[in-house]
Design a protein around this ligand. Structure first.
Ligand code: DX5
Ligand code: ZN
Length: 217
């Protein structure tokens, strides 16, 4: 599939999300951060808002669920129109069943790991996943500093994918910018979430293309 850039709307203007998304036609996906004030200390939006956003754009939506009990809530995001739904393994009760349910509903199944969660215990799950998200900040807020300590885990995850012969995409999220994206790409990531880097740029769509060029090296 190659390099993909998935801008996060977390730092966009929530009062006009449709227009904010329309500003970045070069995006491969739009990353929507769903937060519940429990799994993370921040609150954003739920499936109704996501469904409205999905109707307003042709760009596919990539939902990142930072919520408790994703086992119960994740399939609703496929129904809301998301092409990809990511749940956190730290919150999931039955990650294999959940990944299968997301796929059965017609979505790409993705699992996220916080910075301190190791990847090795989950290597046998890789064939169940269309994407693995390695957080490069603690989830909850945009605009945080990239955590270099995750780079070795990106390398190990990429090696495990090769070992299992899977086509799982490897996404990074948090502090991804022109300064950090090359390090992530060299370590083996191929899907890049960027929030503040895109929406604080004067020309957000040009920034998407610059990030893509930097990741391609
Ligand atoms: C953080 C979110 C990210 C956030 C990234 O918990 O999951 O998607 O929007 O924002 P930046 O790119 O500013 O770190
Ligand atoms: Zn996110």
């Amino acid at each position: 599939m190659g390099i993909q850039i998935t801008p996060s709307i977390l730092n966009a203007d929530f009062s006009r999300l449709g227009e904010e998304v329309a500003r970045i036609p070069s995006a491969d996906w739009i990353h929507v951060d769903v937060m519940d004030n429990h799994f993370v200390p921040n609150l954003t939006f739920g499936p109704t808002m996501v469904e409205a956003l999905a109707r307003s754009t042709d760009t596919p939506l990539d939902a990142h669920l930072m919520i408790e009990d994703p086992d119960r809530h994740a399939p609703a995001y496929v129904e809301a129109g998301c092409g990809s739904v990511t749940f956190h393994v730290e919150a999931a009760k039955a990650p294999v069943r959940l990944a299968r349910e997301i796929r059965a509903a017609g979505g790409r199944a993705s699992m996220a790991l916080k910075p301190a969660t190791p990847v090795e215990p989950y290597e046998d799950l890789l064939p169940e996943l269309d994407m693995l998200l390695l957080m490069t900040v603690e989830p909850g807020f945009g605009g945080q500093k990239f955590l270099d300590l995750v780079l070795p885990k990106i390398r190990r995850a990429r090696a495990l994918m090769a070992k299992h012969g899977v086509e799982t995409w490897l996404q990074v999220d948090g502090g991804v910018s022109l300064e950090t994206i090359e390090r992530c790409a060299e370590a083996g990531a191929d899907v890049f979430v960027a929030g503040s880097a895109v929406y604080s740029a004067q020309d957000p769509d040009a920034m998407v293309e610059s990030l893509r060029a930097a990741a391609q090296g």
